[in-house]
Ligand binder design. Structure first.
Ligand SMILES: *Cc1c(COP(=O)(O)O)cnc(C)c1O
Length: 372
């Protein structure tokens, strides 16, 4: 049995649909390939699925973060509090706007931003707090929402990996003044292309993002540029494809959750053997990636590879330890983020794994932990 970490057959069931869509949009008389009726409909469907006031499709999850930060007025001299462990755009998006990413250390078990650290790092220059949901665990949004409100700063929720997740009855994406989803291939609602979405309960913020994604135009009058904007538009073929698949998203998320819950149950007893699974819970889970914290991480990686099981390291360095972001590190210390970077190892969780394959993976992890 060979189980790659990134499955090569992600869209096999949907190839015919995709080809039909390419043909119908490609041959349609209106020849509309970006920001057409399919994109509008896709925005409405996502907006209504979480009860947002507006949803704006754009070029990528990274672009979505940038558009929202710009719409919130972030610029030179401002600070944006971000997690010290996570993907590059968390630091790059504020930095690109001339702002300073301020790195908050993370919770050593869940690896999401530690609210006490976020609180400690708020300064008079803080403009936005930008937590991210990580792997399978949503950030502590009630605590961070309270911190942002008390400080009078904006909250941008990076829900790139958490579309469909719910915490305390509120959908991922709606805890923030704005939230962001990504549709890049590997994400839970990934597609064969680049794309992202901003959701917000704030119509004014939504309108600003909408203008910024298309060169600062308001969508009514062409060639009137109200703001210096971006080209961050959405592809009609991808919109039609995602609309077609939207009804099956809950089913796929459910399957991921079943696999994740099974892993967590199997691995509960391994904590004393140097393999730590995420804390068991139903609320606030998203199961994009199932990541373990492993003392002998590289040995487990080799052990799994020996049995044909792929695994992956997200992320091998804390953000302030990356060469690009070191100028923002300013002599700080992020012990939990650095420990996570040394120990994290993700195992396969894609929804088309069979029960037998999932059991095989869990057996291999358990054998490693107990025999070494
Ligand atoms: C994937 C990801 C992004 C970026 O999304 P892209 O669509 O790849 O630009 C941003 N934040 C987090 C937490 C992500 O996992």
């Amino acid at each position: 049995m060979t189980l790659p970490f990134f499955p090569p057959d992600l869209f096999d069931d949907e190839q015919d649909t995709l080809l039909d869509i390419v043909e119908s949009i490609g041959l349609a008389p209106e020849q509309k390939f970006i920001l057409g009726a399919h994109t509008t409909r896709f925005e409405e469907v996502v907006r209504d699925s979480v009860g947002a006031a507006d949803a704006i499709a754009c070029g990528s999850g990274t672009a979505a973060l940038t558009l929202v930060l710009r719409a919130m007025g972030v610029g030179p001299g401002d600070e944006v509090v971000v997690p010290a462990f996570g993907c590059a755009p968390l630091a790059a998006a504020p930095a690109m706007l001339g702002a300073v990413p301020v790195f908050a250390d993370v919770d050593p078990w869940t690896t999401v931003a530690d609210p006490a650290e976020v609180d400690r790092l708020i300064s008079p220059r803080t403009k936005v707090v930008m937590p991210a949901h990580m792997f399978s665990v949503m950030a502590d949004m009630p605590a961070i929402r309270a911190i942002a409100d008390a400080a009078g700063v904006r909250l941008l929720e990076d829900a790139a990996v958490a579309q469909g997740g719910v915490l305390g009855g509120t959908p991922a994406g709606l805890w923030g003044d704005a939230g962001v989803y990504s549709f890049v291939q590997v994400k839970t609602f990934g597609m064969p292309g680049e794309g992202g979405m901003v959701v917000t309960a704030d119509p004014e913020l939504g309108a600003m993002v909408r203008m910024l994604r298309n060169h600062g135009q308001d969508g009514r009058t062409r060639f009137v540029h109200h703001h210096i904007g971006y080209n961050s538009r959405f592809d009609e073929i991808m919109a039609a494809f995602q609309l077609h698949r939207f009804a099956t998203l809950p089913h796929r998320l459910e399957r991921r959750a079943r696999i994740g819950e099974y892993y967590t149950e199997r691995f509960g007893e391994l904590a004393g053997c140097g393999v730590l699974a995420p804390p068991p819970a139903v609320d606030g889970r998203c199961y994009y990636v199932y990541s373990l914290l492993v003392e002998r991480r590289d040995a487990l990686r080799d052990h799994l590879a020996g049995q044909g099981i792929g695994s992956h390291v997200y992320y091998p360095a804390a953000l302030p330890r990356q060469p690009a972001f070191a100028p923002y590190a300013r002599g700080g210390a992020w012990p939990a983020a650095e420990a996570a970077a040394r120990r994290t190892l993700a195992i396969p969780i894609y929804p088309h794994l069979t029960d037998a394959q999932v059991e095989h993976i869990a057996d291999a992890v358990c054998r490693f932990a107990k025999e070494s």
